[in-house]
Design a protein. Structure first.
Length: 145
């Protein structure tokens, strides 16, 4: 991820910290409020796997996601599916872990995006205005509760 950001002249910084596995741990390790921590959740429906990106203090709204994707069933991927689909464990999934990504509207209101580069002992930060450069096929929708 750092290589991609460098090659595309996107300013970023990397912070190292103890391994984190959830928003509370990430917020503490990174010294920022949970609302400013971004979480990436691998989901599955009858169309396949996709990633949702939410602010750390929000929850996904399954009804809104179903409506947006026009599907009947949607669920979070199991830890085994996360590992199989992304190659990393829960807690280390990054923005590039899945080709289909939906970000909640609230994420675009943040000053910067933060995510793990397939390593939950590091966090990469970059300005939110570059999110569409990083993910040109990004969908943005109201998917949080």
């Amino acid at each position: 991820m750092a290589k991609f950001l460098s090659e595309h002249h996107i300013p970023f910084k990397v912070a190292s910290h103890k391994p984190v596995y959830n928003i509370a741990e990430a917020s503490e390790a990174e010294g920022i409020h949970p609302s400013k921590v971004v979480k990436n959740i691998l989901m599955k429906d009858e169309k396949g796997f996709f990633l949702i990106v939410l602010c750390g203090d929000t929850r996904c709204d399954f009804d809104k996601i179903r409506d947006f994707r026009r599907t009947k069933r949607v669920r979070m991927a199991t830890p085994e599916e996360v590992k199989t689909q992304t190659g990393v464990d829960v807690g280390a999934v990054n923005l590039f872990s899945c080709p289909e990504v939906i970000a909640d509207n609230g994420v675009l209101k943040l000053k910067e995006i933060n995510c793990h580069p397939d390593d939950n002992t590091k966090t990469i930060y970059f300005p939110v205005q570059y999110l569409k450069d990083v993910l040109p096929h990004l969908d943005v929708a109201d998917i949080a509760q």
